[in-house]
Design a protein around this ligand. Structure first.
Ligand code: GLN
Length: 473
């Protein structure tokens, strides 16, 4: 419609801003809006379109997870620690969207420093799941998730350290992709666990995710883990038939702990793939059960190091009254961080301490390698791996806040791909008791285009991804 000038980017942006004004007070998906800035970008996009210089995402309003620094925008990472922080520069991802003339519609709510699976650790309050507002949207990219599900944006960005794109995609019923580690630059993306963090698209369809990937992916010399690979067109394989595709089903993903209603939806999705010509192969990822314990040694270790920069000196929260420098550090951090972040810092510093490093951190790194090798073996037998993205549908707000381990288990099917650096996605596959269920597709390294093809072909014969929650039309 933008290209045929049936609508302008200014009108489109106004439409979304209107929907946000109507629904955000209830949903709490956005924590920063700036109408003037968004509309100025929309106007500039309209000029590009008029000049015939439009690219696929020119003029498209995108919601940005508040983990990305965006120049002159508040950038809080969901924390009191950064509640007063206005970013002085753009993250690489933001620069990339600016370069194609996309519109930044606002910054979205998230679990504090991306630690959580329900968005309930945010300093700015929880986010409601648009499918049932008593339930959580998942996390940590909960604001982006609710914004996509409630159509409060055309698409959004998220980050996924252990499941934070795929688990909310499953709980809110949209398509989300975590790319291969190193494909999207982490420059300007506030660090949680640097060896696991990866940004990716959250959108209605696989096709939209492919268009987002075309903008987000690419080499950036400012991130030492950014991979210098040739630019890809992620839409290139969307139309390929799936005849002969080998789909691996890891038996560990269908064992105890999987909700029966979710399991049924996944079985039906697999049946649909068989009809599309896929061959099913039973595989095993024997170390799956170790992925959560390994992650909860490594991610807190990296977090404790990354979060040491918040000392009240250079930027972020500083306590009002203190006696000396040490007192200032202690009080600023005690006041600025929430309980989950403190828990991670304590665990992280413990596992890195001289007496325990070998027993915990080193051991976890060794098991991380075994988990990655499980996938190497599995991909000898299949092209993609499928299973559930999350063990349950959206749960009630408050249900798991006092039980961190139950919360951690939300990522049982997603976390091993982060440990291995592999790409994974969640695709809407149906409903259980009226709540969305996501099918997870895991690909080999750099196989995003194939995964998007596999998802897109399914979306040609199903309409789960087009369904909308009631009451927010
Ligand atoms: N839920 C996991 C955690 O709390 C993963 C979060 C993420 O992917 N950012 O750490």
């Amino acid at each position: 419609m933008l290209q045929t000038k049936k609508i302008s980017s200014v009108e489109l942006t106004q439409t979304f801003l209107g929907r946000i004004a109507q629904h955000n007070p209830n949903i709490n998906a956005y924590i920063a809006l700036d109408e003037a800035k968004s509309l100025a970008q929309a106007k500039a996009a309209d000029a590009l379109i008029a000049a015939g210089k439009a690219e696929p995402l020119t003029g498209i309003p995108i919601a940005q997870k508040d983990i990305f620094c965006a120049k002159d925008w508040p950038t809080t990472c969901g924390s009191k620690m950064l509640a007063n922080f206005v970013a002085p520069y753009d993250a690489h991802v933001i620069t990339q969207f600016d370069a194609v003339g996309a519109v930044n519609l606002g910054k979205t709510n998230m679990d504090e420093f991306a630690m959580g699976s329900s968005n309930e650790t945010s300093y700015f309050g929880g986010v409601k799941n648009p499918w049932d507002t008593e339930r959580v949207p998942g996390g940590s990219s909960g604001g982006s998730a609710a914004a996509v599900a409630a159509r409060l944006c055309a698409a959004a960005t998220g980050t996924d350290t252990g499941g934070s794109i795929r688990q909310p995609a499953s709980l809110c019923g949209f398509t989300g992709l975590k790319p291969t580690y190193g494909v999207v630059s982490r420059y300007g993306m506030i660090a949680f666990a640097s060896s696991l963090d990866q940004a990716g698209p959250m959108a209605k369809s696989a096709e939209d995710c492919a268009l987002m990937m075309n903008v987000m992916a690419g080499f950036d010399e400012r991130d030492s883990t950014s991979l210098n690979r040739e630019k890809e067109d992620y839409t290139r394989d969307l139309a390929k038939p799936l005849q002969g595709l080998r789909v691996g089903l890891p038996k560990e993903f269908f064992a105890e702990g999987l909700d029966a209603g979710v399991g049924k939806v996944i079985d039906e999705a697999i049946a649909a793939y068989k009809k599309l010509g896929a061959e099913i192969v039973e595989i095993s990822l024997p170390n799956t059960g170790l992925s959560i314990p390994v992650y909860y040694v490594l991610a807190p270790a990296e977090a404790s190091s990354n979060l040491s920069r918040y000392d009240g000196v250079r930027y972020g929260h500083r306590t009002a009254e203190y006696s000396d420098l040490m007192d200032m550090y202690c009080k600023s951090r005690a006041e600025g961080f929430g309980a989950e972040v403190k828990r991670r810092i304590l665990i992280g510093t413990y596992v890195l301490s001289a007496g325990y490093y070998d027993a915990y951190y080193l051991k976890a790194q060794q098991i991380r390698r075994l988990i990655a090798e499980d996938f190497v073996e599995a991909f000898k037998q299949c092209d993609v791996i499928m299973g559930p993205a999350a063990p349950s549908t959206a749960f009630k707000a408050g249900e798991k806040v006092d039980d961190p381990v139950a919360m951690y288990l939300q990522d049982i099917y997603t976390i091993s791909t982060n440990l291995a650096g592999l790409p994974g996605m969640s695709v809407p596959a149906g409903f259980s008791n009226g709540l969305p269920v996501g099918l997870q597709i895991i690909g080999n390294y750099f196989d995003e285009a194939r995964m998007l093809n596999v998802a897109h072909q399914y979306q040609q014969v199903t309409d789960w991804h087009l369904q909308m929650p009631q009451g927010i039309e």
